[in-house]
Ligand binder design. Structure first.
Ligand code: SF4
Length: 244
């Protein structure tokens, strides 16, 4: 896309600070079911699920953890079996050797340093082997202790397309987002972008003609008149039903 066109598109939709509220409001209406898709019953299961979800689908993780959590109930249980057995139990999630090694390391640290409990603070969570900032943010948010904004591949793509950031680095994207997203929305904002990214703003071919953000998005492929659209204006009439 030519630079002048990008500049013009950004000018047309207005400043990101003015667009962020209507973006959130419309996505809440569009995706009222936008919550984490992983299934877990306690903080340890949450950590395990999120660690296993790297580079695979939530559906696969849920299928694996259904049997895994029946067998491994406490952090100690992950240390009580041979490494090869744990690897076999999580194999369908991919990169299972590295994941099994990280799971054992994380569970060992929980047992030895946190009495088997999962800490709430981000700086403690990222100490666990295999737990990066994204995983730590997911765990903290799902426990009601949100301290940042989760940036995964969908959040990165949509934040860029919506003109909320120009960065590629997840840490810099998160820094941009926490400056404009109201703190009360930090936990649900990534879920809204993730579900919108799965259903409408698809990576290869975004369905801009079906998108409720079409007048707030500088990357919209829908041809519009030269009129500047106010951020507070009601969403455009949908042309086609949303995909599910
Ligand atoms: S208008 Fe198009 S590019 Fe922008 S958020 Fe919607 S689907 Fe994505």
């Amino acid at each position: 896309m030519a630079r002048s066109y990008v500049h013009e598109a950004r000018r047309r939709v207005g400043p990101r600070r003015e667009r962020i509220r209507p973006i959130i409001e419309r996505l809440v209406l569009e995706h009222p079911d936008a919550v984490i898709a992983l299934r877990f019953r306690d903080p340890v299961e949450l950590v395990v699920s999120v660690m296993l979800s790297a580079q695979t689908t939530d559906v696969t993780v849920n299928r694996v953890t259904e049997r895994l959590f029946a067998k491994y109930r406490r952090p100690e249980d992950y240390l009580a079996v041979p490494l090869g057995e744990l690897e076999a139990d999580i194999r369908p999630t991919g990169t299972f050797r590295q994941k099994a090694k990280n799971l054992r390391g994380a569970m060992r640290m929980l047992v030895e340093e946190y009495d088997g409990e999962v800490p709430e603070r981000l700086d403690e969570l990222v100490r666990l082997p295999g737990v990066g900032r994204k995983t730590a943010n997911v765990v903290a948010a799902e426990r009601g202790a949100t301290q940042g904004i989760v940036v995964d591949t969908h959040v990165r793509r949509l934040s860029q397309r919506l003109g909320l950031t120009k960065h590629e680095d997840p840490v810099k994207i998160e820094r941009d987002l926490v400056r404009i997203v109201p703190r009360a929305d930090w936990a649900r904002f990534p879920h809204l972008l993730i579900w919108h990214g799965r259903r409408v703003c698809i990576a290869r071919s975004p369905h801009c003609e079906d998108c409720v953000l079409v007048d707030l998005c500088p990357s919209s492929r829908v041809q519009r008149s030269a009129t500047i659209v106010q951020a507070s204006a009601p969403p455009p009439t949908r042309l086609k039903p949303a995909r599910s």
